[in-house]
Ligand binder design. Structure first.
Ligand code: UDX
Ligand code: UDX
Ligand code: ADP
Length: 473
């Protein structure tokens, strides 16, 4: 029996599917990897001659695409053909939060999972291993299985195995995370299928980093990992508010607690609230699951992590508006960064979106600079075209930091891009209009450095230690 995997198909050419398949192809030259998507535009971009125009920006990704594309890595819209020839199929389609119906605003929308699974049921031939890659609620593998089994394909000698192999990559560091994972998790029931997937990873991952669990543990671990990470951010953000009112400094607190090895130093940066496509969705999945099983205390515990994030985002927006005298009409405000974190062009759930919307609503004229996000994406996110001149606030995308600083009354740092960490603030200050303000929502600038250039300064989690705060207990 020939159980060796030779042909891989990945359904979904997005932030997960694209980089993951690129790294697999790069490390397994004998495998043929076909990435398919229903979005023709996206596939076209993956096949662009100009590597600056790939649909996804990730450090190191373009180099791999250059090496592997059209050798053993292919991007195509021919879903049928590539499902037919695949021994192993990865599901990397999007699973956004449901916008309507049962579980609206909380449960994941599995319509893309369902439709791609139906395609697999229709076209797959012989023995096929299905690998869940998308972030999914627990027990999705079961749904996938029942869709596959309900399809009468006995004439094709059909046999399916379903594995859960959650993705732990973070955007902005996806290639490094994929190449040097902390662990690879494989959940499943069929030992042969598990071994087949393991054999792919051992090409570059140490065998003792590959964990095998049952299906549900694997699916649940993904949700829990993201819930714990998000919880750390909500925890530190809650403390940032205490720092601002008491005169402590969140950076000092983070450093002091992070040196406790039980706590650890990573993921303790206070900011404008977490964004990205996963955290909110995954916690809400956990909340939904807990409620479903009648675990109401568990549900409300995790719900608080989301609530605090919403509060933090709102709190910071209010501070900016208030410090500018509640009057932003025709004020020019520079926005540094629009993506949800540095080193990605992804803007899903980016805190910058709501900050910009609020400032526009107050009548401000925004000048946005982001090294990687394009105009069309911002237009979609802000639900408003550039240069809108109805006199009620507007935005323009600028090509440089200098452009956003000219005549600006204020600058808001919304994303922690590396280039924002070492700016010449004397140059920027000279271009701005007095009274000048800087709002650093990411805590990446130095207060002395800014204040010496006559810029009023607000920084996340930085209290005024000289102020004489009295407590009346
Ligand atoms: C704690 C802090 O660890 C210490 O740094 C501080 O100075 C005082 O408070 P302590 O309460 O002595 O120390 O012990 P700790 O090991 O933190 O355990 C506290 C409780 O948590 C115990 O009941 C322990 O059983 C429980 N625990 C700890 C768990 O249930 N699970 C764990 O993984 C760890
Ligand atoms: C996350 C998980 O890290 C990853 O393992 C999972 O597979 C997908 O979800 P991602 O959302 O891509 O990855 O990026 P991450 O680095 O986790 O950042 C998420 C958000 O948290 C960003 O908005 C980031 O700015 C914010 N964040 C992160 C903080 O505010 N402070 C921190 O200390 C770390
Ligand atoms: P993620 O961050 O999870 O990778 P993305 O939205 O970036 O999410 O990518 C998911 C991709 O899956 C999208 O490009 C979308 O067009 C694709 N997709 C969704 N449903 C199907 C389907 N039935 N067949 C093929 N591709 C699909």
């Amino acid at each position: 029996k020939d159980s060796e995997v030779k042909n891989i198909c990945c359904i979904g050419a997005g932030y997960v599917g694209g980089p993951t398949m690129a790294v697999i192809a790069d490390n397994c030259p004998s495998l043929k990897v076909n990435v398919v998507d229903i979005n023709e535009e996206r596939i076209k971009k993956w096949n662009e001659k100009d590597f600056d125009r790939l649909p996804i920006y990730e450090p190191g990704l373009a180099e791999i695409i250059k090496r592997c594309r059209n050798k053993n890595l292919f991007f195509s819209i021919d879903i049928k053909k590539h499902i037919e020839s695949a021994d192993m199929i990865f599901l990397s389609v999007n699973t956004p939060i449901k916008k309507s119906g049962l579980g609206k605003g909380q449960a994941s929308d599995l319509k893309y999972i369902e439709s791609s699974t139906r395609e697999i049921a229709k076209y797959a031939k012989g023995e096929t291993i299905i690998v869940e890659k998308s972030t999914l609620p627990v027990r999705t593998a079961e749904t996938i299985k029942s869709i596959l089994e309900s399809n009468d394909k006995s004439f094709n000698n059909q046999k399916f195995s379903v594995l859960s192999n959650p993705e732990f990559l973070a955007e902005g560091t996806a290639i490094n995370d994929l190449e040097n994972p902390d662990r690879v998790l494989i959940g499943g029931e069929n030992p042969e299928a598990i071994t087949a997937l393991e054999e792919i990873y051992v090409n570059w991952v140490d065998k003792n980093k590959i964990l095998k669990t049952n299906l549900w543990s694997s699916e649940l671990s993904k949700l829990v990992a993201n819930a714990f990470l998000a919880q750390r951010i909500s925890s530190i953000n809650s403390i940032s508010a205490i720092c601002e009112t008491t005169g402590a400094d969140i950076n000092e607190v983070s450093r002091a607690i992070g040196m406790d090895t039980r706590i650890g130093e990573k993921f303790l940066n206070a900011g404008p609230g977490y964004g990205g496509s996963c955290f909110k969705k995954d916690i809400l999945n956990l909340v939904y699951l807990s409620k479903y099983y009648g675990l109401n205390e568990v549900a409300s515990y995790w719900q608080k992590v989301v609530d605090l994030n919403v509060w933090q985002q709102h709190r910071i927006r209010k501070i900016i508006v208030k410090k500018l005298f509640n009057n932003l009409t025709s004020k020019k405000i520079g926005i540094m960064g629009f993506s949800f974190k540095a080193n990605t062009n992804d803007t899903r759930e980016s805190p910058a979106i709501q900050i910009c919307k609020d400032l526009i609503e107050e009548g401000a004229d925004l000048r946005i600079y982001d090294p990687k996000v394009n105009k069309f994406q911002i237009e979609k996110d802000l639900e408003q075209n550039q240069f809108n001149d109805n006199g009620e606030g507007s935005w323009t995308l600028c090509k440089s930091i200098k452009d956003i600083a000219i005549d600006a009354d204020a600058i808001v740092i919304a994303t922690e891009w590396e280039e924002f960490k070492s700016l010449d603030w004397s140059d920027i200050s000279r271009l701005m209009r007095s009274p000048k303000w800087l709002f650093d929502t990411r805590g990446i600038t130095n207060s002395k450095d800014i204040k010496q250039h006559n810029i009023n300064y607000w920084k996340i989690g930085l209290g005024d230690s000289s102020s004489n705060i009295k407590f009346n207990f």
